[in-house]
Design a binder for this molecule. Sequence first.
Ligand code: 5GP
Length: 193
Amino acid sequence: MKLLKEKIQSEGKVLSDQVLKVDSFLNHQIDPQLMVEIGKEFANRFEAEQITKVLTIESSGIAPGLMAALELNVPVVFARKRRSLTLIDDLLTAEVHSFTKNETNQISVSRKYLRETDRVLIIDDFLANGQAALALAEIVKEAGATVSGIGIVIEKSFQPGGDLLREKGFKVESLARIASLAGGVSFVEELEV
Ligand code: 5GP
């Protein structure tokens, strides 16, 4: 997605050859116009999948997840990383090891919001080792629902998550694929429409 790649080039900060900081438009301050375009792009890429629900993870997945859900005209649910006092329902849970924080969290979703009949689009901001997406897929499986796709805003293709998810048979669509962060951001060469 051209607009997103331009934004990454102009505002992204390479923190190391493994980590990209994009907190001026995605992870802290959020660019609403860019999020609208991201939502449209996800909706286009998954329009054939008969999605009934978007599932993401707090907090950085919520903005792109919400915009994708708006375009697909379905609800969005976000997995919580901390137990909420009001989250007293029957919970679906999975363990996720955080790439950036190097800690393991239990994430949870109320069973009430995922049904066996749901065709779920998983959305996240970054794909590194694939742990967050796999944990979300596990929650969908626990609910007896179907993962119909995984949409990622920024995939770091030099890390193993993308291959891992595709080898498992998931349809993964990433709006920007980074080939390397060594000496600056370089993207995977793709036909751009
Ligand atoms: P994974 O579970 O695929 O290893 O990592 C994905 C999660 O880690 C994302 O939800 C994202 O929050 C975080 N993450 C991974 N790599 C980066 C990165 O380079 N920059 C930022 N800002 N977050 C990242």
